[in-house]
Design a binder for this molecule. Structure first.
Ligand code: NAD
Ligand code: ZN
Length: 239
């Protein structure tokens, strides 16, 4: 890693677990409580926005408004400062990579920081939204929808293109805290692999990538693994 000039990280919900944001799948995941098709599919939102706001989005807002970067996010920011990490492609919508200091972040599934009025397109920061009344409405009376991609929605072309470009030009891809179940994000490591990058997976469990795509698998919590890796890198760089 020390001699790499272009590391790209693909991150998923697992990297934010140590910041108190539950993942979707796995132990303690949101899908143990909610059925994704009932609450996170675009059709469900369009059919009954009040219900989705009341059960899922309201809870996400409270958690994300209060979340702060953990040692894994800070570790990736440090790798960028050291000139090793170039781009983060994240499936997360929590904005914690930018808060930690990374400057080139592709938010593959959009972000939760902003809401858009479904009537007049007016944008409002999520943190300023009053959840006293559900669903929250814009001055024009339209309902706010978070600027993230729901299941059943297309990934915007520019995110796809930027991710493919980053993946096909990196020499190492770190895949951190993703179950690699959600397409097309899950195929990004394959693009890196086909371009001869080494794929290093950091997760608590094995994933569909572990068998054939990942060159190295480091099992453990993202924060602890990245802290160890960066200590090692700094030692090798005599820092
Ligand atoms: P996922 O919920 O499907 O899987 C989480 C993965 O992280 C699992 O493989 C789990 O083993 C691993 N994990 C859990 N804790 C970990 C830790 N401390 N260290 C390392 N790994 C850990 O997540 P996904 O693959 O990102 O897909 C879910 C979708 O849900 C994404 O599209 C994303 O948009 C959305 N999501 C985002 C957030 C967020 O913004 N923080 C939170 C939940 C879901
Ligand atoms: Zn409006």
């Amino acid at each position: 890693m020390v001699s790499s000039k272009n590391i790209v990280a693909l991150t998923g919900a697992g990297i934010s677990v140590e910041s108190g944001i539950p993942p979707f799948r796995g132990k303690g995941g949101l899908w143990e409580k909610f059925d994704p098709m009932e609450y996170a599919h675009i059709d469900a939102f369009m059919k009954n926005p009040a219900k989705v706001w009341d059960v899922l989005i309201k809870e996400m807002k409270v958690i994300i408004d209060n979340a702060r970067p953990n040692t894994a996010h800070k570790g990736l920011a440090k790798l960028e400062k050291l000139g090793l990490l170039k781009t983060i492609i994240t499936q997360n919508v929590d904005g914690l990579h930018q808060m930690a200091g990374n400057t080139d972040v592709v938010e593959f599934h959009g972000n939760f920081a902003w809401q858009r009025c479904m009537e007049c397109n007016n944008k409002c920061e999520t943190i300023k939204i009053d959840i006293g009344k559900i669903p929250p409405r814009c001055e024009c009376g339209g309902i706010y929808k978070p600027e993230c991609i729901f299941f059943g929605e297309m990934i915007p072309q520019q995110y796809l293109r930027r991710s493919e470009m980053a993946a096909s030009t990196c020499d190492i891809m770190l895949v951190i805290g993703t179950s690699a179940n959600v397409q097309p994000a899950a195929s990004i490591p394959l693009i890196a692999k086909q371009a001869r990058a080494k794929v290093i997976e950091i997760n608590l469990e094995r994933t569909p990538l572990s068998k054939e795509i990942s060159d190295y698998i480091i099992m453990g919590k993202a924060g602890e693994v990245l802290t160890t890796l960066i200590n090692e890198i700094e030692h090798l760089l005599n820092l």
